[in-house]
Design a binder for this molecule. Sequence first.
Ligand code: UTP
Length: 226
Amino acid sequence: MERVVIKIGGSLISSQGEEVLDYIHGLSSVLASLNNYSLALVVGGGETARKYVSLARELGLSVYDQDILGIEATRLNAKLLAGFIPRAWPNVPRTVDEAGEIVELGYIPVMGGTVPGHTTNTVAALLAEAIGARLVNLTNVDGIYDKDPREHPDAKKFDRMSYEQLIKLAAMYDSREARAHFVFDLLASKIVARSGVELHIVDGRDLETVKKAILGEEHNGTVVSE
Ligand code: UTP
């Protein structure tokens, strides 16, 4: 069975109200329709993580402890989805190895972060590397651009790009302390590159596109490969 790791951006599920409920229902029916695929989910921390990380920072907690709080927020989001998505393993795995074992058992692991110092994109890249999967990254932009499209109206989207191009862009935006944000961070980019993990960056709100990317069909996001 083909294996696919799906990274769900925290921003897609950590807001509140009808919209997020509809979204979780929609995503869950897409995943339920993909019985012929072996899936694994990694969930980001979104607003919840940002709130706790910034409170911890203002209280003077160490950066290590800020990350620990961020990880707890990602696991809270993961637990919510694990309780709802069909075939999901009910407990949130705390390591990539544990998630791999759940995949071997034929269930869908739903995990968040693992250890301080990196992001859930890196966790998703490591999991895809470990289990030999493609990686579909559901985020709140519709692909990778040559410059930030919010600031540059003339920014161009890549349909396809190489690992080398991805790493170059990720390196330009790699200043974690300043909270600069690139859609797929540098460490995660280097991991997909070293193992040739095929990476799809798609707008997670567009469930048609999400489904196509999981199926490996043409879609309107960005595909990163050799
Ligand atoms: P993420 O940065 O991965 O979630 O984790 P996000 O902000 O929702 O990002 P997207 O939108 O899904 O890409 C939130 C915080 O949790 C800590 C970091 O502090 C990170 O900023 N974290 C997460 C870790 O320290 N280790 C992990 O493995 C995961």
